[in-house]
Design a protein around this ligand. Structure first.
Ligand SMILES: Nc1ncnc2c1ncn2[C@@H]1O[C@H](COP(=O)(O)OP(=O)(O)OP(=O)(O)O)[C@@H](O)[C@H]1O
Ligand SMILES: [Mg+2]
Length: 625
């Protein structure tokens, strides 16, 4: 996260409105590229300074109202009194805005806790005018703000507090969304490692970058941080699959491009891309983010490049000058070919080399902590199965990973097996079926929503149903995307919400959540549904990008290179994994991909933030390939 001085500055679009008594704007000034700074004057009052590149305007205020509902989209409004001024912020990198607003809010509350200086005292003080950037947030600011909030909210309801501090291992029943306003805290965020920070720096320098790394090194995590650091209006977060797009809060690459499968001739694809609603993506995009690039076909990539360059943006630069931020692991799943032979990877696209200026690699695995399990997975990734690897994986067949009635999720190679398993298992359970229908923003577009949503339109559950959480509800308590649980009861009443016991020890009543998807033409679609899906089985393709705490894998019908690696690397630990019928032959790494990575290393094109030792070891190993 941005700390210190950074927390006091924003670069964004600003509209300054002067309001009359009825709240109508009497004067409005729009500054497309504004620098906003938070500071203090000679009396230690908070000042908001808006700079248009020529002359700054400073607003000192006594009262403030913040409107933060759309802060995640980079928008917020700050209403200031006296003066009745409204500062409307837009197109601001959301992570920066979040920290800026938090700093403003806490500093303001802390300032209110002190007795402000009266006008007369100010006049008598005769101090020269000054402006100093506000100091970084300190613990004491947060304490003061919380004390003030405590007084305003008093008396604090003891129940909410007890819920927040409950010990997750006790299995105590908790309410996931508490109505009490949480206390302020320092906006530290989760820290980036050195190598992750270098990637963010490279992106912010404007370079076209491809970054890679084994499963669980935080590629998607980084993409979310990258998207949060770029201006939202011109940034498009996409991924090759709907599930992966959902992980980074984006849309599918196909949806962004609007050219179907891209197999039509260029002229036809161009016509499709020029359709109203689609054209706007192409013209407004300055930063194109793509996750799970391993599943994007070379030809499709070349088509996108040609469309962007010649026809829409009329520029000779690769991708028409858009910044490309591409990430994935080519040793995971390849593009889907539907029986049309060997796929071409994106790095085999004609335009790849001229598009990508910088190749970087993340080396620190974060999904797993067990060092020997991490090394085993690295071997599998490269298609190497030693006797030791085989025996370690065979041993897991006897793992008893069921706990508290929560069964392992079976990862299947084929989609049909998944549907059949989940339907049959649900039917076999005794008891009444409870059906939950989603509320979609546009019922006509169920298919479009289905393609991107992690939850189904209709969810059927029974007591005993094995389920998986599809959203991070409370990361600290372990209620994270992919967490496994079992339905233990349904609440009385007509809503009959399900109560789920999770593997992490928490039992919680599930309430509907909302997902928002970007559709063509800047249109937003949404689905409201319980954040659950049946989890007796899921497909390996759907599991790409996921972290799972309790999995059983049958690899007998593996048909792709990288498929066994994707399945195995979903597990967080060997204790949470059971491999049923391990056969070393199903572990395969695509030779073209190995060659690609080898060449990048040899030509020293693959930059790593740290771990030089790891580089040389890998190089030695690759020499043996
Ligand atoms: N800097 C970080 N701080 C805390 N947690 C992190 C950090 N980076 C990654 N993680 C966590 O590590 C786990 C794996 O990250 P992520 O899913 O982004 O990996 P990935 O490289 O995209 O994996 P895959 O190749 O399987 O898609 C996630 O639970 C993520 O929240
Ligand atoms: Mg990922």
């Amino acid at each position: 996260m941005f700390q210190g001085e950074d927390a006091a500055h924003l670069l964004c679009c600003v509209a300054v409105e002067h309001l009359d008594a009825s709240g109508q704007a009497t004067k409005r000034q729009v500054i497309r590229k504004a620098a906003v700074t938070l500071g203090r004057n000679e009396f230690q009052e908070i000042v908001l300074r808006v700079h248009n590149g020529k002359a700054p305007q400073s607003f000192t205020f006594r009262e403030m109202q913040l409107f933060t509902r759309f802060a995640r989209d980079g928008k917020s409004t700050i209403k200031l009194l006296p003066g009745n001024i409204q500062v409307l912020i837009s197109d601001c990198p959301p992570d920066r805005l979040h920290v800026f607003l938090k700093t403003l809010s806490i500093k303001y509350q802390a300032w209110k806790a002190k007795k402000p200086m009266g006008d007369r005292a100010k006049m008598l003080a005769g101090l020269p005018r000054t402006f100093e950037t506000i100091s970084p947030l300190q613990k004491k600011d947060v304490q003061q703000a919380n004390e003030l909030r405590g007084k305003v909210n008093a008396p604090p309801p003891a129940k909410g507090l007890a819920e927040r501090t409950s010990n997750k291992t006790t299995g105590q029943r908790v309410n996931v969304s508490s109505s009490k306003k949480p206390s302020f805290s320092l906006p530290l965020g989760r820290k980036l490692s050195k190598e992750q920070a270098q990637i963010l720096d490279a992106v912010l320098s404007g370079k076209n970058i491809f970054f890679t790394g084994s499963a669980g090194t935080g590629k998607s995590y980084m993409l979310k941080r990258i998207v949060g650091s770029l201006p939202p209006k011109s940034t498009y977060a996409t991924a090759s699959t709907g599930v992966a797009a959902c992980h980074i809060g984006g849309t599918t690459l196909h949806n962004f491009a609007g050219i179907g499968s891209g197999s039509a001739p260029l002229e036809q694809c161009l016509e499709l891309a020029r359709r109203p609603g689609v054209l706007q993506h192409w013209t407004s995009c300055r930063h194109l983010v793509i996750d799970e690039i391993s599943m994007v076909e070379a030809q499709f990539f070349d088509k996108l490049e040609a469309i962007a360059r010649w026809s829409i943006r009329r520029s000779s630069e690769p991708f028409g000058g858009m910044q490309l931020i591409v990430c994935g692991d080519f040793l995971q799943l390849p593009p889907v070919t539907r029986g049309k032979g060997k796929p071409s990877f994106c790095f085999q696209a004609r335009s790849w080399r001229k598009c990508i200026q910088l190749n970087m690699e993340l080396t620190e695995v974060r999904r797993q902590t067990d060092k020997s399990f991490i090394s085993l997975l690295q071997e599998i990734r490269l298609g190497r199965v030693t006797e030791e690897v085989t025996s370690e994986l065979m041993k897991t067949a006897y793992n008893c990973i069921e706990r508290d009635g929560i069964l392992a999720t079976r990862l299947c190679t084929h989609k049909d097996d998944v549907e059949l398993t989940n339907e049959n298992k649900l039917q076999q359970l005794p008891g009444v079926i409870h059906t939950f229908e989603a509320v979609d923003s546009d019922p006509q577009l169920v298919k479009t929503i289905d393609a991107q949503s992690p939850v189904a339109q209709v969810l059927q559950l029974k007591v005993g149903a094995q389920v998986m959480l599809t959203k991070n509800l409370d990361v600290q308590r372990g209620l994270v995307n992919g967490a496994r649980g079992v339905v233990v009861s349904f609440e009385p009443g007509n809503k009959g919400l399900p109560c789920v016991r999770f593997l992490c020890g928490v039992t919680a009543v599930m309430k509907p959540e909302r997902w928002v998807f970007k559709a063509n033409g800047g249109l937003y679609l949404s689905r409201q549904q319980l954040p659950l899906k049946l989890a007796w089985a899921i497909s390996i393709h759907k599991s790409q990008g996921m972290t799972l705490d309790c999995v059983e894998i049958s690899l007998a019908r593996v048909f792709e290179c990288g498929q066994a690696y994707v399945a195995l690397s979903r597990a967080m630990s060997p204790e949470g994994l059971r491999v049923m019928d391990f056969d070393p032959h199903v572990v395969r790494a695509d030779p073209d991909v190995l060659l690609f990575y080898k060449r990048l290393r040899k030509e020293r094109l693959l930059r790593q933030g740290s771990m030089d030792e790891f580089v040389s070891r890998e190089e030695q190993e690759n020499e043996r390939l």
